[in-house]
Design a protein around this ligand. Structure first.
Ligand code: NAD
Length: 417
Protein backbone atom coordinates (compact mmCIF):
# COMPACT_ATOMS: atom_id res chain seq x y z
CA UNK A 1 0.00 0.00 0.00
CA UNK A 2 1.27 3.51 -0.89
CA UNK A 3 2.32 5.72 2.04
CA UNK A 4 2.30 8.95 0.01
CA UNK A 5 -0.38 11.25 1.46
CA UNK A 6 -3.38 11.62 -0.84
CA UNK A 7 -3.23 14.87 -2.79
CA UNK A 8 -6.54 15.70 -4.51
CA UNK A 9 -4.88 18.18 -6.88
CA UNK A 10 -2.71 15.38 -8.29
CA UNK A 11 -5.91 13.38 -8.92
CA UNK A 12 -7.51 16.43 -10.56
CA UNK A 13 -4.48 16.99 -12.80
CA UNK A 14 -4.42 13.29 -13.79
CA UNK A 15 -8.07 13.58 -14.82
CA UNK A 16 -7.34 16.69 -16.92
CA UNK A 17 -4.27 15.01 -18.47
CA UNK A 18 -6.33 11.95 -19.48
CA UNK A 19 -8.85 14.19 -21.27
CA UNK A 20 -6.34 16.55 -22.95
CA UNK A 21 -4.34 13.55 -24.16
CA UNK A 22 -7.40 11.78 -25.55
CA UNK A 23 -8.50 15.02 -27.25
CA UNK A 24 -5.01 15.46 -28.72
CA UNK A 25 -4.70 19.05 -27.45
CA UNK A 26 -1.52 21.00 -28.13
CA UNK A 27 1.21 21.27 -25.44
CA UNK A 28 0.49 24.91 -24.56
CA UNK A 29 -3.23 24.21 -24.05
CA UNK A 30 -2.44 21.20 -21.84
CA UNK A 31 -0.14 23.38 -19.70
CA UNK A 32 -2.78 26.10 -19.42
CA UNK A 33 -5.56 23.71 -18.39
CA UNK A 34 -3.65 21.70 -15.75
CA UNK A 35 -2.90 24.72 -13.50
CA UNK A 36 -4.96 27.52 -11.91
CA UNK A 37 -4.72 30.92 -13.65
CA UNK A 38 -4.86 33.01 -10.42
CA UNK A 39 -4.13 32.09 -6.79
CA UNK A 40 -4.31 34.12 -3.61
CA UNK A 41 -3.08 33.18 -0.14
CA UNK A 42 -3.52 35.50 2.80
CA UNK A 43 -3.41 35.71 6.59
CA UNK A 44 -6.60 36.56 8.46
CA UNK A 45 -6.22 38.04 11.97
CA UNK A 46 -9.42 37.49 13.97
CA UNK A 47 -10.22 38.81 17.46
CA UNK A 48 -11.46 35.90 19.60
CA UNK A 49 -14.13 36.14 22.32
CA UNK A 50 -11.43 36.01 25.05
CA UNK A 51 -9.68 39.10 23.63
CA UNK A 52 -6.73 37.29 22.00
CA UNK A 53 -6.07 37.32 18.24
CA UNK A 54 -5.88 34.12 16.15
CA UNK A 55 -4.35 34.28 12.68
CA UNK A 56 -5.89 31.97 10.05
CA UNK A 57 -4.66 30.98 6.60
CA UNK A 58 -7.05 31.82 3.73
CA UNK A 59 -7.09 30.94 0.03
CA UNK A 60 -8.95 31.90 -3.11
CA UNK A 61 -8.16 30.21 -6.43
CA UNK A 62 -9.59 31.22 -9.84
CA UNK A 63 -8.81 28.19 -11.95
CA UNK A 64 -9.95 29.27 -15.42
CA UNK A 65 -12.26 32.12 -16.46
CA UNK A 66 -12.34 31.63 -20.25
CA UNK A 67 -16.09 30.82 -20.24
CA UNK A 68 -17.18 33.43 -17.68
CA UNK A 69 -16.74 34.74 -14.13
CA UNK A 70 -15.30 32.14 -11.77
CA UNK A 71 -17.70 30.47 -9.36
CA UNK A 72 -17.03 28.23 -6.40
CA UNK A 73 -17.64 27.64 -2.72
CA UNK A 74 -15.71 28.43 0.44
CA UNK A 75 -14.67 25.57 2.71
CA UNK A 76 -13.68 26.04 6.34
CA UNK A 77 -11.76 22.93 7.36
CA UNK A 78 -8.72 22.04 9.50
CA UNK A 79 -7.13 20.12 6.59
CA UNK A 80 -7.61 22.88 3.99
CA UNK A 81 -4.45 23.51 1.95
CA UNK A 82 -3.63 25.33 -1.26
CA UNK A 83 -3.77 21.98 -3.10
CA UNK A 84 -7.25 21.04 -1.82
CA UNK A 85 -8.52 24.45 -2.96
CA UNK A 86 -6.76 24.09 -6.34
CA UNK A 87 -8.35 20.65 -6.85
CA UNK A 88 -11.82 21.89 -6.02
CA UNK A 89 -11.39 24.98 -8.24
CA UNK A 90 -10.27 22.69 -11.06
CA UNK A 91 -13.33 20.43 -10.62
CA UNK A 92 -15.61 23.52 -10.56
CA UNK A 93 -14.24 24.57 -13.96
CA UNK A 94 -15.25 21.28 -15.60
CA UNK A 95 -18.52 21.09 -13.64
CA UNK A 96 -19.67 24.49 -14.95
CA UNK A 97 -18.58 23.51 -18.47
CA UNK A 98 -20.38 20.11 -18.38
CA UNK A 99 -23.58 21.90 -17.37
CA UNK A 100 -22.87 24.48 -20.10
CA UNK A 101 -23.12 27.33 -17.58
CA UNK A 102 -21.46 30.60 -18.70
CA UNK A 103 -19.05 30.42 -15.75
CA UNK A 104 -15.46 29.52 -14.95
CA UNK A 105 -14.29 27.59 -11.90
CA UNK A 106 -12.99 28.88 -8.59
CA UNK A 107 -12.80 27.89 -4.93
CA UNK A 108 -11.81 29.35 -1.58
CA UNK A 109 -11.02 28.12 1.86
CA UNK A 110 -9.80 28.86 5.35
CA UNK A 111 -7.74 26.44 7.44
CA UNK A 112 -9.66 26.42 10.72
CA UNK A 113 -11.73 24.24 13.07
CA UNK A 114 -15.26 25.65 12.78
CA UNK A 115 -16.63 23.49 15.62
CA UNK A 116 -14.39 25.38 18.06
CA UNK A 117 -15.55 28.85 16.93
CA UNK A 118 -18.41 30.81 18.53
CA UNK A 119 -21.00 32.54 16.33
CA UNK A 120 -19.26 35.88 16.95
CA UNK A 121 -15.85 34.43 15.99
CA UNK A 122 -17.35 32.94 12.81
CA UNK A 123 -18.83 36.33 11.90
CA UNK A 124 -15.46 38.09 12.43
CA UNK A 125 -13.68 35.41 10.36
CA UNK A 126 -16.25 35.77 7.54
CA UNK A 127 -15.84 39.56 7.51
CA UNK A 128 -12.01 39.28 7.63
CA UNK A 129 -12.11 36.97 4.59
CA UNK A 130 -14.07 39.55 2.60
CA UNK A 131 -11.74 42.37 3.66
CA UNK A 132 -8.84 40.25 2.31
CA UNK A 133 -10.35 39.24 -1.07
CA UNK A 134 -13.34 41.56 -1.59
CA UNK A 135 -11.41 43.71 -4.09
CA UNK A 136 -11.12 40.62 -6.33
CA UNK A 137 -14.81 39.63 -6.14
CA UNK A 138 -17.79 40.81 -8.19
CA UNK A 139 -20.66 39.26 -10.13
CA UNK A 140 -18.68 39.63 -13.36
CA UNK A 141 -15.37 38.38 -11.93
CA UNK A 142 -15.51 35.84 -9.10
CA UNK A 143 -18.47 34.66 -6.99
CA UNK A 144 -18.13 32.55 -3.80
CA UNK A 145 -20.83 30.31 -2.26
CA UNK A 146 -21.20 27.99 0.76
CA UNK A 147 -19.41 24.64 0.90
CA UNK A 148 -18.27 22.31 3.67
CA UNK A 149 -18.77 24.07 7.06
CA UNK A 150 -19.96 27.38 5.62
CA UNK A 151 -23.62 28.31 5.78
CA UNK A 152 -26.20 30.78 4.40
CA UNK A 153 -25.66 32.86 7.58
CA UNK A 154 -21.92 33.06 6.84
CA UNK A 155 -22.77 34.14 3.27
CA UNK A 156 -25.10 36.82 4.74
CA UNK A 157 -22.25 38.30 6.86
CA UNK A 158 -19.97 38.18 3.85
CA UNK A 159 -22.38 39.94 1.49
CA UNK A 160 -23.02 42.57 4.16
CA UNK A 161 -19.27 43.21 4.58
CA UNK A 162 -18.80 43.40 0.81
CA UNK A 163 -21.72 45.82 0.29
CA UNK A 164 -20.50 47.95 3.22
CA UNK A 165 -17.04 48.17 1.61
CA UNK A 166 -18.35 49.17 -1.82
CA UNK A 167 -21.20 51.35 -0.49
CA UNK A 168 -24.04 49.86 -2.57
CA UNK A 169 -26.06 46.69 -3.09
CA UNK A 170 -24.44 43.91 -5.10
CA UNK A 171 -26.24 40.74 -3.95
CA UNK A 172 -24.99 38.57 -6.86
CA UNK A 173 -21.40 38.69 -5.58
CA UNK A 174 -22.13 35.73 -3.29
CA UNK A 175 -24.65 32.92 -3.73
CA UNK A 176 -26.22 30.55 -1.22
CA UNK A 177 -27.54 33.56 0.71
CA UNK A 178 -30.64 33.36 2.92
CA UNK A 179 -33.81 34.04 0.85
CA UNK A 180 -34.55 37.47 2.47
CA UNK A 181 -31.12 38.70 1.29
CA UNK A 182 -31.59 37.55 -2.33
CA UNK A 183 -31.07 33.78 -2.03
CA UNK A 184 -32.81 31.48 -4.49
CA UNK A 185 -35.65 29.18 -3.62
CA UNK A 186 -34.51 25.57 -3.91
CA UNK A 187 -30.81 26.32 -3.25
CA UNK A 188 -30.58 24.53 0.11
CA UNK A 189 -31.19 21.01 -1.28
CA UNK A 190 -30.18 21.71 -4.89
CA UNK A 191 -27.18 19.34 -4.94
CA UNK A 192 -29.34 16.48 -3.63
CA UNK A 193 -32.16 17.36 -6.04
CA UNK A 194 -29.66 17.41 -8.94
CA UNK A 195 -28.44 13.96 -7.79
CA UNK A 196 -32.01 12.66 -7.87
CA UNK A 197 -32.49 13.99 -11.43
CA UNK A 198 -29.29 12.18 -12.46
CA UNK A 199 -30.54 8.95 -10.84
CA UNK A 200 -33.79 9.39 -12.79
CA UNK A 201 -31.80 9.82 -16.03
CA UNK A 202 -29.88 6.57 -15.32
CA UNK A 203 -33.17 4.86 -14.50
CA UNK A 204 -34.72 5.93 -17.83
CA UNK A 205 -31.67 4.97 -19.80
CA UNK A 206 -30.67 1.67 -18.23
CA UNK A 207 -33.89 0.53 -16.66
CA UNK A 208 -32.35 0.45 -13.14
CA UNK A 209 -35.58 1.10 -11.21
CA UNK A 210 -35.40 3.44 -8.22
CA UNK A 211 -38.74 2.38 -6.72
CA UNK A 212 -37.98 -0.37 -4.22
CA UNK A 213 -34.26 -0.29 -5.10
CA UNK A 214 -31.68 -0.72 -2.32
CA UNK A 215 -29.68 2.50 -1.89
CA UNK A 216 -26.57 3.03 0.27
CA UNK A 217 -25.59 6.61 1.08
CA UNK A 218 -22.25 7.59 2.63
CA UNK A 219 -22.53 10.94 4.48
CA UNK A 220 -25.73 12.27 6.04
CA UNK A 221 -25.07 16.03 5.91
CA UNK A 222 -26.49 18.66 3.59
CA UNK A 223 -26.06 16.50 0.48
CA UNK A 224 -26.42 12.91 1.80
CA UNK A 225 -29.25 13.71 4.24
CA UNK A 226 -31.13 15.68 1.58
CA UNK A 227 -30.68 12.89 -0.94
CA UNK A 228 -31.83 10.22 1.55
CA UNK A 229 -35.03 12.19 2.09
CA UNK A 230 -35.66 12.59 -1.66
CA UNK A 231 -34.95 8.90 -2.39
CA UNK A 232 -37.19 7.83 0.49
CA UNK A 233 -40.01 10.05 -0.87
CA UNK A 234 -39.40 8.59 -4.35
CA UNK A 235 -40.11 5.07 -3.02
CA UNK A 236 -36.51 3.81 -2.94
CA UNK A 237 -35.35 1.66 -0.01
CA UNK A 238 -32.46 3.41 1.74
CA UNK A 239 -30.72 0.45 3.41
CA UNK A 240 -27.49 2.09 4.63
CA UNK A 241 -26.56 5.59 5.82
CA UNK A 242 -23.51 6.96 7.59
CA UNK A 243 -21.77 9.94 9.15
CA UNK A 244 -18.22 10.50 10.48
CA UNK A 245 -19.01 8.38 13.57
CA UNK A 246 -20.22 5.21 11.82
CA UNK A 247 -22.95 3.67 9.70
CA UNK A 248 -26.38 2.01 10.06
CA UNK A 249 -27.72 -0.85 7.94
CA UNK A 250 -31.27 -2.14 7.65
CA UNK A 251 -32.15 -4.59 4.86
CA UNK A 252 -35.84 -3.66 5.17
CA UNK A 253 -35.15 0.05 4.62
CA UNK A 254 -34.26 2.76 7.14
CA UNK A 255 -36.90 5.15 8.48
CA UNK A 256 -35.26 8.24 6.96
CA UNK A 257 -37.45 10.94 8.60
CA UNK A 258 -36.61 9.38 12.01
CA UNK A 259 -32.90 9.18 11.14
CA UNK A 260 -32.88 12.85 10.06
CA UNK A 261 -34.49 13.85 13.36
CA UNK A 262 -31.92 11.80 15.29
CA UNK A 263 -29.03 13.35 13.34
CA UNK A 264 -30.26 16.92 13.93
CA UNK A 265 -30.83 16.31 17.66
CA UNK A 266 -27.56 14.44 18.31
CA UNK A 267 -24.84 16.85 17.11
CA UNK A 268 -24.93 15.34 13.64
CA UNK A 269 -24.03 11.85 14.84
CA UNK A 270 -25.70 8.72 13.49
CA UNK A 271 -24.18 5.87 15.53
CA UNK A 272 -26.77 6.05 18.36
CA UNK A 273 -29.70 5.70 15.95
CA UNK A 274 -31.57 2.46 16.73
CA UNK A 275 -33.26 1.97 13.34
CA UNK A 276 -30.82 -0.68 12.13
CA UNK A 277 -27.64 -2.59 12.79
CA UNK A 278 -24.30 -0.80 13.25
CA UNK A 279 -21.74 -1.26 10.47
CA UNK A 280 -18.58 0.63 9.51
CA UNK A 281 -18.27 3.17 6.72
CA UNK A 282 -16.06 0.67 4.89
CA UNK A 283 -18.83 -1.98 5.10
CA UNK A 284 -21.36 0.54 3.79
CA UNK A 285 -19.34 1.07 0.63
CA UNK A 286 -19.15 -2.64 -0.11
CA UNK A 287 -22.63 -3.72 1.03
CA UNK A 288 -25.08 -5.48 -1.33
CA UNK A 289 -27.10 -2.67 -2.88
CA UNK A 290 -28.40 -1.44 -6.24
CA UNK A 291 -27.23 2.16 -6.02
CA UNK A 292 -24.26 3.59 -4.10
CA UNK A 293 -24.12 7.34 -3.41
CA UNK A 294 -20.84 8.62 -1.88
CA UNK A 295 -21.87 11.97 -0.30
CA UNK A 296 -19.14 12.62 2.27
CA UNK A 297 -15.45 12.86 1.47
CA UNK A 298 -12.72 12.61 -1.13
CA UNK A 299 -10.84 9.38 -1.85
CA UNK A 300 -13.14 6.84 -0.17
CA UNK A 301 -13.36 4.39 -3.10
CA UNK A 302 -9.80 3.23 -3.56
CA UNK A 303 -7.74 0.47 -5.17
CA UNK A 304 -8.29 -1.54 -1.95
CA UNK A 305 -12.10 -1.56 -1.83
CA UNK A 306 -13.01 -1.06 -5.53
CA UNK A 307 -12.86 -4.84 -6.22
CA UNK A 308 -15.44 -5.37 -3.43
CA UNK A 309 -18.02 -2.74 -4.48
CA UNK A 310 -21.29 -4.57 -5.22
CA UNK A 311 -23.48 -1.73 -6.54
CA UNK A 312 -23.83 -1.76 -10.35
CA UNK A 313 -24.27 2.05 -10.29
CA UNK A 314 -22.26 4.62 -8.29
CA UNK A 315 -23.44 8.22 -8.32
CA UNK A 316 -20.78 10.59 -6.94
CA UNK A 317 -22.32 13.45 -5.00
CA UNK A 318 -19.16 14.11 -2.97
CA UNK A 319 -16.27 15.79 -4.74
CA UNK A 320 -13.48 13.39 -5.73
CA UNK A 321 -14.68 10.24 -3.86
CA UNK A 322 -13.01 7.79 -6.29
CA UNK A 323 -9.24 7.48 -6.77
CA UNK A 324 -7.78 7.19 -10.27
CA UNK A 325 -6.81 3.54 -9.71
CA UNK A 326 -10.26 2.68 -8.33
CA UNK A 327 -11.85 4.31 -11.35
CA UNK A 328 -10.03 1.89 -13.66
CA UNK A 329 -11.10 -1.10 -11.57
CA UNK A 330 -14.77 -0.05 -11.51
CA UNK A 331 -14.74 0.49 -15.28
CA UNK A 332 -13.19 -2.97 -15.85
CA UNK A 333 -15.91 -4.43 -13.63
CA UNK A 334 -18.60 -2.67 -15.78
CA UNK A 335 -19.82 -0.61 -12.82
CA UNK A 336 -21.37 2.62 -14.08
CA UNK A 337 -19.85 5.61 -12.26
CA UNK A 338 -21.63 8.91 -12.83
CA UNK A 339 -18.81 11.36 -12.07
CA UNK A 340 -18.92 14.16 -9.50
CA UNK A 341 -18.55 16.95 -12.08
CA UNK A 342 -21.92 15.89 -13.49
CA UNK A 343 -23.73 14.24 -10.56
CA UNK A 344 -23.23 16.99 -7.96
CA UNK A 345 -23.62 19.97 -10.28
CA UNK A 346 -27.15 20.79 -9.02
CA UNK A 347 -25.69 23.14 -6.39
CA UNK A 348 -23.71 25.32 -8.77
CA UNK A 349 -26.59 25.31 -11.25
CA UNK A 350 -29.01 26.79 -8.72
CA UNK A 351 -26.24 29.17 -7.58
CA UNK A 352 -26.10 30.34 -11.19
CA UNK A 353 -29.91 30.79 -11.14
CA UNK A 354 -29.43 32.87 -7.95
CA UNK A 355 -26.93 35.14 -9.74
CA UNK A 356 -29.34 35.55 -12.66
CA UNK A 357 -32.21 36.44 -10.28
CA UNK A 358 -29.99 38.93 -8.39
CA UNK A 359 -28.93 40.59 -11.63
CA UNK A 360 -32.56 41.04 -12.76
CA UNK A 361 -33.74 41.70 -9.19
CA UNK A 362 -36.70 39.43 -10.03
CA UNK A 363 -37.26 36.14 -8.21
CA UNK A 364 -38.43 32.72 -9.41
CA UNK A 365 -40.89 30.30 -7.83
CA UNK A 366 -39.62 26.97 -6.43
CA UNK A 367 -41.41 25.21 -9.29
CA UNK A 368 -39.53 27.32 -11.87
CA UNK A 369 -36.18 26.53 -10.18
CA UNK A 370 -36.92 22.79 -10.20
CA UNK A 371 -38.13 22.79 -13.81
CA UNK A 372 -34.98 24.61 -15.00
CA UNK A 373 -32.71 22.42 -12.86
CA UNK A 374 -34.31 19.19 -14.12
CA UNK A 375 -33.89 20.32 -17.73
CA UNK A 376 -30.24 21.34 -17.28
CA UNK A 377 -29.28 18.12 -15.43
CA UNK A 378 -31.04 15.91 -18.01
CA UNK A 379 -29.43 17.77 -20.96
CA UNK A 380 -25.98 17.48 -19.38
CA UNK A 381 -26.49 13.77 -18.64
CA UNK A 382 -27.56 13.14 -22.27
CA UNK A 383 -24.53 15.02 -23.66
CA UNK A 384 -22.12 13.08 -21.41
CA UNK A 385 -23.81 9.79 -22.16
CA UNK A 386 -23.56 10.38 -25.92
CA UNK A 387 -19.83 11.08 -25.50
CA UNK A 388 -19.52 7.95 -23.31
CA UNK A 389 -21.09 5.80 -26.05
CA UNK A 390 -18.97 7.42 -28.76
CA UNK A 391 -15.67 6.90 -26.88
CA UNK A 392 -16.52 3.60 -25.08
CA UNK A 393 -14.44 4.80 -22.08
CA UNK A 394 -15.55 5.54 -18.52
CA UNK A 395 -18.28 8.13 -18.09
CA UNK A 396 -15.80 10.31 -16.16
CA UNK A 397 -13.48 10.50 -19.15
CA UNK A 398 -16.46 11.37 -21.39
CA UNK A 399 -17.53 14.18 -19.03
CA UNK A 400 -13.98 15.54 -18.86
CA UNK A 401 -13.57 15.39 -22.64
CA UNK A 402 -16.78 17.33 -23.16
CA UNK A 403 -15.90 19.94 -20.51
CA UNK A 404 -12.23 20.33 -21.43
CA UNK A 405 -13.10 20.75 -25.11
CA UNK A 406 -15.60 23.50 -24.24
CA UNK A 407 -13.07 25.37 -22.07
CA UNK A 408 -10.28 24.87 -24.65
CA UNK A 409 -12.53 26.29 -27.37
CA UNK A 410 -13.17 29.43 -25.27
CA UNK A 411 -9.41 29.78 -24.62
CA UNK A 412 -8.71 29.51 -28.36
CA UNK A 413 -11.44 32.02 -29.28
CA UNK A 414 -9.89 34.48 -26.81
CA UNK A 415 -6.53 33.97 -28.50
CA UNK A 416 -4.89 32.67 -25.29
CA UNK A 417 -3.48 29.63 -27.06
P1 NAD B 1 -21.68 18.24 5.30
O1 NAD B 1 -20.56 18.70 6.15
O2 NAD B 1 -23.03 18.84 5.45
O3 NAD B 1 -21.87 16.63 5.43
C1 NAD B 1 -20.81 15.75 5.35
C2 NAD B 1 -21.27 14.40 5.90
O4 NAD B 1 -20.21 13.47 5.74
C3 NAD B 1 -21.60 14.45 7.40
O5 NAD B 1 -22.70 13.61 7.67
C4 NAD B 1 -20.34 13.84 8.02
O6 NAD B 1 -20.57 13.23 9.29
C5 NAD B 1 -20.01 12.81 6.98
N1 NAD B 1 -18.63 12.35 7.13
C6 NAD B 1 -17.54 13.04 7.53
N2 NAD B 1 -16.48 12.21 7.61
C7 NAD B 1 -16.92 10.99 7.24
C8 NAD B 1 -16.30 9.72 7.13
N3 NAD B 1 -15.02 9.55 7.43
N4 NAD B 1 -17.06 8.69 6.71
C9 NAD B 1 -18.37 8.86 6.42
N5 NAD B 1 -19.01 10.02 6.52
C10 NAD B 1 -18.28 11.07 6.93
O7 NAD B 1 -21.14 18.43 3.79
P2 NAD B 1 -22.00 18.45 2.45
O8 NAD B 1 -22.29 19.87 2.10
O9 NAD B 1 -23.10 17.46 2.55
O10 NAD B 1 -20.89 17.96 1.40
C11 NAD B 1 -20.57 16.58 1.25
C12 NAD B 1 -19.75 16.38 -0.01
O11 NAD B 1 -20.48 16.89 -1.14
C13 NAD B 1 -18.40 17.12 -0.04
O12 NAD B 1 -17.49 16.36 -0.80
C14 NAD B 1 -18.74 18.42 -0.79
O13 NAD B 1 -17.57 19.00 -1.37
C15 NAD B 1 -19.68 17.85 -1.83
N6 NAD B 1 -20.55 18.84 -2.44
C16 NAD B 1 -21.39 19.60 -1.68
C17 NAD B 1 -22.23 20.51 -2.30
C18 NAD B 1 -23.24 21.30 -1.51
O14 NAD B 1 -24.08 21.96 -2.14
N7 NAD B 1 -23.22 21.24 -0.19
C19 NAD B 1 -22.19 20.67 -3.69
C20 NAD B 1 -21.32 19.89 -4.44
C21 NAD B 1 -20.52 18.96 -3.80
Amino acid sequence: MSTTPYNPFQTAQAQVDAATERLGLERSMRELLRWPMHEMQFRLPVRMDNGTVEVYQGYRVRYNHARGPTKGGLRWHPDETLDTVRALACWMTWKCAVLDLPLGGGKGGVTCTPASLSEGEKERLARAYIRAVGHQLSVDKDVPAPDVNTTPQIMAWMVDEYETLIGRHHAGVITGKPIPLGGSRGRSNSTSMGGLYIARAVENLLGHKLTGARCAIQGFGNVGGGLAELLHEAGAKVIAISAFDGAIYNEKGIDIPAALKHYARNRQEISGFDGGQKITNEELLTCRCDWLFPCALENVITEQNAPEIQAPVVIELANGPTSTAADRILHERSILVVPDILANAGGVTVSYFEQVQNTYNYYWSLEQVHTELARRMADAFDAVHREHERTSGPMRLAAYMLAVERVAEACRLRGWV
